[in-house]
Ligand binder design. Structure first.
Ligand code: GLA
Length: 388
């Protein structure tokens, strides 16, 4: 949809006039560094050029009205700034949670309500459309109210919304990538300090290909919260024998030396993933900077295998998609990306092999799972912003 079409959509639902503004925030894909943002590690995501649009007009009263162009049958959903509480199964929990977080954590209380029209174009699930929603709303609130917050503050408020309003115990990666994304760059982010570096995403002779498993995933947030607890248990055990703040503070050598302090074997496996994933992520960024795609691809494969075998965060469909991708000519590496248990994979594929990759992977994935996958080349865009 063009900006004119988005605005026309807003006007059709809410009527014309007043100060109508438009905002956008992207989804994200993570190249490597999975499930370590909440373990004090480094991650390497980039922003997509698809995301959530919010077309908005501030009201004179305290009403909130929401309309999603993706779910037009739901019509206008009404709420109020005086009723910022979570409702079962409503997408409006995300915008409401962000408004709540501004007040709760920054003492920034929004004075007047909004008419909000949302349109999202992130394909499938698993590419952080919820973070894109949080960041687009945060960007809009800052702009209308003139609140003194940075894009990183907006990312942190989005995470607060997820953790304390929605009940998903996520780390900071998705919201950070959505707020801070830079065209044609990935973000090498230290999640312990929020120091970051933009790394140009130039892969000589190759593209990053995203494949969506189209597996409708359920229970992701409960599996996810379980993994967090397992990591916390492993950390507490390790802290009896070594002075660390987070699992990713350990080198692989230190982990091997102290791992028996972790009593539960499952928690030990989870910690192993975190420690080695941190090591792989730093090595992968170095490899990419040196244009060493063989090493970059190998590390991507190792990350994927660790997610499958040590972190137990994949599923049959994802395993199939990764296996089929790795069989293709010109593939340097392939793995699941994001929260897990479904969603998407990333693969590094030689330019001249992409057409065959698409055709072969789609065919064998369908034959083995009965599902159609969607395969496309990654286009990296800018972070959250006002568009008109
Ligand atoms: C989800 C979370 C992120 C991160 C990833 C796994 O996307 O929202 O914080 O933990 O999973 O790397």
């Amino acid at each position: 949809m063009t900006y004119e079409e988005l605005k026309a959509g807003f006007v059709k639902v809410y009527g014309d006039g007043g100060d109508i503004r438009g905002y956008f925030a992207p989804g994200r894909v993570n190249l490597i560094g999975e499930h370590i943002d909440y373990n004090g590690g480094h991650v390497f995501p980039c922003a997509l050029n698809t995301g959530n649009y919010a077309i908005v007009r501030q009201r004179e009263d305290r009403k909130l009205r929401f309309f999603s162009a993706n779910y037009p049958r739901l019509g206008i959903l009404e709420s109020s700034l005086d009723d910022l509480v979570k409702k079962e199964n409503s997408w409006t929990n995300y915008p409401k949670g962000v408004l709540w977080a501004f007040g709760k954590f920054k003492g920034m209380h929004v004075r007047k309500g909004f008419d909000i029209y949302i349109y999202g174009n992130i394909p499938g699930s698993g590419l952080s459309s919820s973070a894109a929603m949080e960041v687009v709303i945060g960007t809009m609130v800052k702009d209308y109210e003139g609140f003194d917050v940075t894009p990183i503050d907006i990312a942190l408020l989005g995470q607060k919304c997820e953790n304390d309003f929605i009940g998903m115990n996520c780390g900071i990666m998705d919201q950070f990538a959505s707020a801070m994304g830079k065209k044609d760059h990935a973000i090498f982010l230290d999640c312990a300090t929020l120091n970051y570096q933009y790394v140009p995403l130039v892969l000589k002779g190759c593209k990053i290909v995203v494949s969506n498993s189209n597996k409708p995933h359920s229970l992701v947030s409960s599996h996810y919260n379980d993994r967090r607890k397992e990591c916390e248990t492993a950390l507490a055990d390790l802290q009896n024998v070594v002075d660390i703040k987070a699992l990713c503070d350990l080198t692989p050598e230190q982990f091997e030396e102290h791992k028996d302090a972790i009593k539960d074997p499952i928690c030990r496996q989870r910690a192993k993933h975190a420690v080695y994933e941190e090591y792989r992520t730093k090595a992968a960024v170095e490899a990419l900077k040196a244009n060493d795609l063989v090493t970059f691809g190998r590390l991507i494969n190792e990350s994927g295998d660790s997610l499958r075998y040590d972190y137990d965060a994949t599923c049959f469909e994802i395993d199939t998609l990764v296996e089929e991708a790795r069989k293709q000519e010109g593939v340097f590496g392939s793995r699941e990306t994001g929260g897990g248990w479904g969603g998407n994979t990333v693969s590094i594929v030689r330019d001249d092999c992409i057409d065959a990759f698409r055709a072969n992977v789609a065919k064998s994935y369908k034959a083995k799972t009965g599902l159609d996958c969607s395969i496309y080349e990654l286009e990296v865009g800018e972070g959250g912003r006002r568009i008109f």
